[in-house]
Each structure stands twice: as structure tokens, then as C-alpha cells.
Design a protein around this ligand. Structure first.
Ligand code: 5GP
Ligand code: ZN
Length: 115
């Protein structure tokens, strides 16, 4: 737990969140400011700052995070029409919360290139 990290506080139960999935390694919850009809964040329970700071030893956890995102998207009814999974990294990537998270966005047509 990193004390001033808002996502660590959600994991610790100190800040409420609308949880979608929870296991020993990852947590998924609805984004507080959704950018699509479905907007879920999937985070590792261990604090990792961003995709820019992962190590080879994090591979199993990242694999679990992505396969969980895939299953959740299917369970949320997004797989047939499609959806987007996004990692924002650093300032140019538009990152606001420095605890690694995958955004699952779906329920509307996405634009490309992204803004
Ligand atoms: P980033 O820009 O870092 O990739 O995305 C951070 C996301 O976290 C944003 O979409 C923002 O709406 C969401 N967020 C920030 N604080 C909270 C919070 O306290 N609860 C929830 N559920 N989402 C949050
Ligand atoms: Zn954290």
C-alpha cells in the first residue's frame, strides 16, 4: 500500500468504489467519471506505478490483469460489438492516477486516432 495513492486506498477499502470483480491479485471497479456507457478500471492489488515501470517478474500479474479484462468485457456484454482497452502512461499519455490500470471502454463507437 502506497499511502497517498487513491487506488491503493480503494483496495484497502478506505475509499468506496463500485466493484465489478475482486480476487487476490486484481480489482475491477467502475470509473467515477465514465467516458463511455461501460468504463471499468482493472488494477493490480500490488502498487505498480505504470506500464513504464513494470519488470519481467510482473509478467504473470499483467497476464492475469489482461485475461481478467477480457473475461469482464465478455461478461459485460462488450465482446460481440467490440471495445477498447487502454493504458495511459505518464504525462503525454494522459495519466492522472499513478497506479497501473487498464481502462475497459465500451458501449459506443470509439474514434481513431485517440485524442
Ligand atoms: P488515467 O487518466 O490515470 O489513465 O485514469 C484515471 C482514471 O481514474 C480516470 O478515468 C478517473 O475518472 C478515475 N478515477 C480517479 N479517481 C477515482 C476514484 O476515486 N474512484 C473511481 N472509481 N475512479 C477514479
Ligand atoms: Zn497504489
Amino acid at each position: 500500500m502506497t499511502t497517498d495513492c487513491i487506488f491503493c486506498k480503494i483496495i484497502a477499502g478506505e475509499i468506496p468504489a463500485s466493484k465489478v470483480y475482486d480476487d487476490d491479485r486484481v480489482l475491477a471497479f467502475n470509473d467515477i467519471n465514465p467516458q463511455a456507457p461501460t468504463h471499468v478500471l482493472v488494477i493490480p492489488k500490488r502498487h505498480i506505478e505504470s506500464l513504464a515501470t513494470v519488470n519481467p517478474e510482473d509478467g504473470d500479474l499483467l497476464g492475469h490483469l489482461l485475461t481478467t479484462a477480457s473475461r469482464l468485457a465478455t461478461d459485460l456484454g462488450l465482446a460481440e460489438r467490440g471495445y477498447r482497452v487502454v493504458f495511459n502512461i505518464g504525462e503525454d499519455g494522459g495519466m492522472a492516477v499513478y497506479h497501473l490500470h487498464a481502462h475497459i471502454l465500451g458501449g459506443r463507437r470509439m474514434a481513431w486516432p485517440p485524442g
